[in-house]
Write a protein that binds this ligand. Structure first.
Ligand code: UDP
Ligand code: MG
Length: 319
């Protein structure tokens, strides 16, 4: 298919979505056909254990535009989306969750906006139906904290659902990191970017694969991957503490010299535990960056591919 121009790649990360996957593929295919686009639907099976891959194989039999990548195990949503961007061949690339919480029908609108001269058009969630309040609150908090601590703000209430031009995708793919945070990295590349509002649907099948632990992990990864400001904050805190301790020593010394003495155990305990607490925190922050260096220095791949389906390419070769 390499000799043919692919106008659009739809990248769909998928982890245990067997229930709704076949229908999702059909719906995406219908949308692309409706817009008369030459396209490919690239499904990245992130180590599913529920037969998702068999559904991709089936779909590829009846829809030649379907391609598949299967990871050797679960590497996570960010890795799956990255793999999709690396393997996509289209002039434009759409990232779309396989659970279709983000409606593919918005494609026309995304493309219209892109035609105005944007390289990245992302979907901003006006509403999020069917999510728990814990998820909503932690998501809100996440954008705020991230933007407070880093220099490359990411748009609030924005997921990975976005349309990108070839040069934006190429810029992303050129980044060598082995731990990725898509939204942050795509914001970092610059170029004209813009959002359009949409209402996020609840899941029709299956459950969310993001629990609190995964979200927290993503949050720490995202912030330490994007900014050294926490290190600076740690430094400023230690400085403030040092000055405070100096002041306190002076006060105690003066009290001692003037013969009044001061033996408020509670105060001392408070100061000690405060200092101890901040020190551990600072060590934790440093440890986080050290860990990051460690991971990057190993230079391991972001993911490993177990199987691929690429019928179109095979057909082109055998011709
Ligand atoms: N996903 C993935 N690997 C994972 C977790 C999720 O590829 O380890 C996929 C999942 O199948 C879905 C998308 O990433 O298509 C978003 O995940 P999910 O719907 O669980 O997240 P939410 O929409 O709840 O934020
Ligand atoms: Mg979802």
């Amino acid at each position: 298919m390499s000799h043919m121009r692919i106008e659009l790649s739809v990248v769909m990360p998928c982890y245990n979505e067997a229930e709704g996957l076949a229908q999702a593929i059909r719906r995406v295919h219908a949308v692309c056909k409706g817009l008369f686009l030459t396209h490919e639907i690239l499904i990245i099976d992130d180590g599913s254990t529920d037969g998702s891959w068999a559904i991709v194989e089936d779909a590829a039999q009846s829809i030649p535009e379907v391609r598949g990548l299967r990871f050797s195990r679960n590497f996570g949503h960010e890795a799956a989306s990255s793999a999709g961007l690396r393997h996509a061949r289209g002039i434009q690339v759409l990232i779309l969750d396989a659970d279709l919480q983000d409606p593919p029908e918005l494609l026309a609108e995304l493309r219209a906006k892109m035609a105005e001269g944007y390289d990245v058009v992302y979907g901003v969630r006006r509403s999020r139906a069917g999510e728990s309040w814990l998820k909503l609150v932690s998501a809100k908090l996440f954008y705020r904290v991230f933007n407070l601590l880093t220099d490359n703000p990411i748009p609030e209430d924005t997921g990975d659902f976005r349309l990108m031009t070839r040069r934006a995708v190429d810029a992303f793919v050129a980044m060598p990191e082995s731990v990725v945070f898509l939204r942050g990295m795509i914001s970092w590349i610059g170029f004209p970017q813009v959002g359009i509002y949409y209402d996020r649907k609840p899941r029709e099948t299956g459950r969310s694969k993001y629990n609190f632990r995964k979200l927290l992990g993503l949050c720490i990864e995202a912030i330490t991957g994007f900014s050294v400001r926490p290190l600076r904050i740690a430094f400023v805190m230690s400085m403030a503490l040092f000055l405070g301790a100096l002041g306190l020593t002076a006060v105690i010394l003066i009290g001692w010299l003037s013969g009044r003495g001061s033996s408020d155990i509670a105060l001392v305990m408070m100061v000690i535990s405060f200092i101890g607490g901040v020190q551990t925190l600072v060590m934790g922050v440093i440890g986080e960056y050290l860990g990051k260096l460690f991971v990057e220095s190993k230079g391991r791949p972001l993911y490993l591919i177990r199987d691929t389906i690429d019928k179109a390419a095979l057909d082109a070769e055998s011709r």
